[in-house]
Design a protein around this ligand. Structure first.
Ligand SMILES: [Zn+2]
Length: 330
């Protein structure tokens, strides 16, 4: 099992509470003695200078989806809202963990509400094993955040865990930075580990403004179309990183999309083309930043995204690192 992937996925970091992830990343890259800064919103931005070269911004978000406690009843049961896109059916029966280690189980009021058509977040509650409101308040408060507790396990060449969205993108960015440090670069590289993607791509918006890049590529996950009776999407696990053509938030700038396609072809890296009907990435915010930034994205196919057990293929992850590295190096 890749220990860095494990650490990245198992570190607690819902939207706006990305500090733990930042610590993992800075520790991992510490030995390279690179320049980095953290902006006022919390984006962690590494710079690998290449004077006179165009600025390339790579962005992977650190935050993961979660829940926020909205109410605690007299018997100690908690109600919660979503922080990011949360499907009730993926939440039911799952464990959640708070910053202080408190664990809760998401249960449903009654079986009638447990069917797909009737299941809504407000019919769910969180049981943290407290017998009263007072006991619950000793462990959690209104406004506390929690995330899926989903351990990281390797199955064959695949990894399942909570928070692969987008810690696997962070992993790709970390490994890319390692691979290109000290080499002659085609671009001045800005490696941004962004905040607050899951509630509306907020971190990337200000992070890109701070960098003012000449072009940008987001590194994130995408959905899948290769499980039984799944929705129609031309994406499979194990067929390589997906070069974005369009998602719900943007059309990838053709010049960046084509740069990625040509680089993949030239280096013999298998790839897929992504047309995603719902969801978007940091790329959508970066593209319309300042006076506009040519922007694309590379996506790692991720089954069961936004669940406690997402799944990616390690071959796709390696392909993604190779593709980004190839763009940067001669
Ligand atoms: Zn994501």
């Amino acid at each position: 099992m890749n220990e860095l992937i494990r650490t990245l996925t198992q570190t607690w970091g819902p939207t706006s509470y990305e500090q733990g992830i930042k610590d993992v990343i800075t520790r991992e890259l510490d030995g390279l003695q690179l320049e980095y800064r953290v902006d006022a919103l919390g984006n962690l931005i590494y710079c690998l200078p290449a004077p006179g070269k165009p600025k390339l911004l790579l962005s992977a978000h650190m935050d993961q989806i979660g829940i926020i406690i909205t109410h605690i009843d007299k018997d100690g049961f908690l109600r919660f809202g979503a922080v990011g896109g949360l499907d009730p059916y993926k939440v039911l029966g799952q464990r959640f963990v708070f910053a202080n280690g408190t664990i809760g189980v998401a249960a449903v009021e009654s079986k009638e509400h447990a069917t797909l058509e009737h299941l809504t977040l407000d019919k769910l509650f969180l049981d943290i094993g407290a017998a009263s409101r007072d006991e619950a308040l000793q462990r959690v408060a209104i406004g506390d955040f929690a995330v899926y507790s989903g351990e990281c396990t390797q199955i064959g060449n695949r990894v399942t865990s909570a928070a692969l969205d987008d810690r696997i993108g962070c992993y790709v960015l970390i490994e890319t930075v390692k691979a290109v440090t000290g080499k002659e670069l085609n671009y001045e590289l800005y490696g941004m580990f962004s905040v607050q993607e899951e509630i509306g791509i907020k971190g990337a918006k200000v992070g890109a403004w701070g960098v003012q890049p000449d072009l940008a590529i987001a590194l994130d996950v995408t959905a899948w179309g290769d499980t039984p009776e799944s929705y129609v999407l031309d994406i499979s696990l194990g067929k390589g990183p997906a070069i974005k053509v369009k998602d719900a938030g943007m059309v990838a700038t053709p010049v960046v999309r084509d740069l990625l396609i040509e680089t993949a072809r030239h280096r013999g890296i298998p790839f897929q083309l992504e047309v995603l009907q719902a969801g978007t990435t940091d790329a959508a915010a970066i593209q319309i930043n300042g006076s506009g930034v040519p922007t694309g994205a590379i996506s790692i196919p991720d089954r069961y995204v936004h669940s406690s057990s997402e799944m990616v293929d390690l071959g796709d992850v390696e392909g993604c690192i190779s593709l980004v590295t190839s763009v940067l190096l001669k």
